[in-house]
Design a protein around this ligand. Structure first.
Ligand code: NDP
Length: 417
């Protein structure tokens, strides 16, 4: 018997929450690069069910019968259910949307821990250096929600450029103020759009944007093939500074690791084209929160959109909740019901390997055998990015359930494209 400690987000809270809208999902067996979708021996859920919240249990309840399977949303602070169970857990599972931060201190407490599974992509909530030292394997379900996020990025770019959120708010509040709607609305066509990171998500974003007749740019540690560059008419930049200088829209699609932490600081944002749009669905900590807020206030950024924050949940008074011209949501892009079905199956596949002593797929590995491994070796650098995550304890759930402050939208047109 093993002890599996699983942190999931809360079940739906609002009275308007409805059951799922569709009864089936399209069936996918491979991702765009040919990698197979998860291949567990079977699953005990119907794809399309809500699996990512506590009662969904990632569809693992039946499979883990006979083991000690603890599922909780209580994850932050010394009195959390998570901290109580951590010292005796063999396996920890959590989703980046509601991460169980595995800081240096927590890893030191987890004496039995052998495996940390990220139900999703992005294991930066784990101190990877400490995990390696403690010989803990860290694995994630590579590719499971990359396309989910790419779709979301395209939506957010259009959202900002076309000024969708304020126009929607005007309609829902009974108004018809067309000039207010359009005074910050543009066409995406012809704009220079660049991605920082052209891996699974970044490349999928570029492919989806090509039909919009935009001019596409990318910066990455490794260059894409000449055939892909030609197919998408891509311009490669050998530094992030070179890319942000000329792009009207910048989308961040690299992992959070010590080299990308606070990459978008005051200085880099000041060097961006004035009036550009910044979209971040990678990780909140890739940007400096205050620098983004100030740039939205001055108009240096025409808008900022994304779904990732630091820490998560973000404090109720986090500046990104109320800064001008933002199109922020809680961390949702990678946890659509479609994505949940894939990452729940992927978690089961990883658990089956662990319990049967079989190797976990190379592409799922981030840390193994005392160092970065598999995908982790390619995309991450050694180190720890969990510092400050204990601040997540300050989120007040009850306050969040009240109506939040309205998003302030500037009415004056500033900057241009
Ligand atoms: P990939 O590993 O396929 O792609 C990441 C890319 O970023 C790689 O091409 C990598 O380079 C590149 N990269 C790494 N470091 C740098 C750097 N310093 N500068 C520029 N590029 C860099 O991962 P995905 O595309 O699937 O996911 C990317 C990230 O998106 C995840 O790590 C996660 O943080 C986030 N994510 C967010 C989700 C959400 O719900 N909002 C869901 C899923 C992911 P190379 O490999 O060439 O070295």
């Amino acid at each position: 018997m093993v002890k599996v400690l699983c942190v999931l987000y809360d079940d739906p809270q609002r009275s308007t929450s409805t059951p799922t809208a569709r009864s089936e999902l399209p069936h996918l067996s491979r991702y765009p690069d040919g990698q197979t979708t998860p291949t567990p021996s079977k699953v005990d859920f119907v794809p399309g069910e809500l699996l990512g919240s506590v009662s969904g249990k990632l569809g693992l309840a039946k499979f883990l019968e006979g083991h000690d399977f603890v599922v909780t949303s209580s994850k932050d602070g010394p009195d959390s259910v998570f901290e109580q169970h951590l010292p005796t857990a063999d396996v920890v599972i959590s989703q980046p949307f509601w991460p169980a931060y595995m800081s240096t201190e927590r890893i030191a407490k987890a004496k039995n821990l052998k495996l940390c599974i990220t139900a999703g992509i992005g294991s930066d909530h784990v101190d990877l250096e400490a995990a390696a030292k403690a010989n803990i394997t860290v694995a994630e379900v590579t590719y499971c929600n990359s396309i989910s996020v790419a779709e979301h990025v395209v939506m957010l770019i259009l959202n900002l450029v076309r000024n969708f959120v304020p126009s929607h708010e005007i309609a829902t509040s009974g108004g018809w103020h067309i000039a207010d709607c359009v005074s910050r609305a543009y066409d995406l066509e012809g704009m220079q759009v660049g991605t920082v990171g052209a891996g699974r998500i970044g490349l999928a974003v570029l492919r989806r944007l090509k039909p919009f007749d935009t001019k596409l740019h990318y910066f990455d540690q490794h260059r894409l093939s000449a055939a892909v560059e030609e197919e998408l008419n891509l311009r490669y930049h050998n530094s992030v500074e070179s890319l942000v200088r000329i792009c009207d829209v910048v989308t961040i699609n690299c992992p959070l690791h010590p080299k990308t932490e606070h990459l978008f600081n005051k200085e880099l944002i000041a060097s961006m084209k004035p009036g550009s749009y910044l979209i971040n669905t990678a990780r909140g900590k890739v940007c400096e929160a205050q620098a983004v807020k100030e740039a939205c206030e001055t108009g240096q950024l025409a808008g900022y959109a994304g779904d990732v924050w630091f820490p998560q949940p973000a404090p109720n008074d986090h500046p990104w909740r109320s800064m001008p011209n933002n199109a922020m949501t809680p961390h949702v892009s990678g946890t659509s019901l479609s994505a949940q079905a894939r990452y729940a199956a992927g978690v089961r596949e990883i658990l089956e390997c662990f319990l049967e002593g079989r190797p976990i797929r190379e592409e799922y590995l981030i840390v193994q055998g005392g160092g970065l491994a598999g995908t982790g070796k390619h995309s991450y650098t050694e180190g720890n990015t969990t510092e400050g995550s204990d601040e997540a304890v300050h989120f007040d759930k009850d306050e969040a359930l009240q109506e939040g402050p309205p998003v302030k939208m500037q009415k004056v047109v500033t900057g241009g494209c």
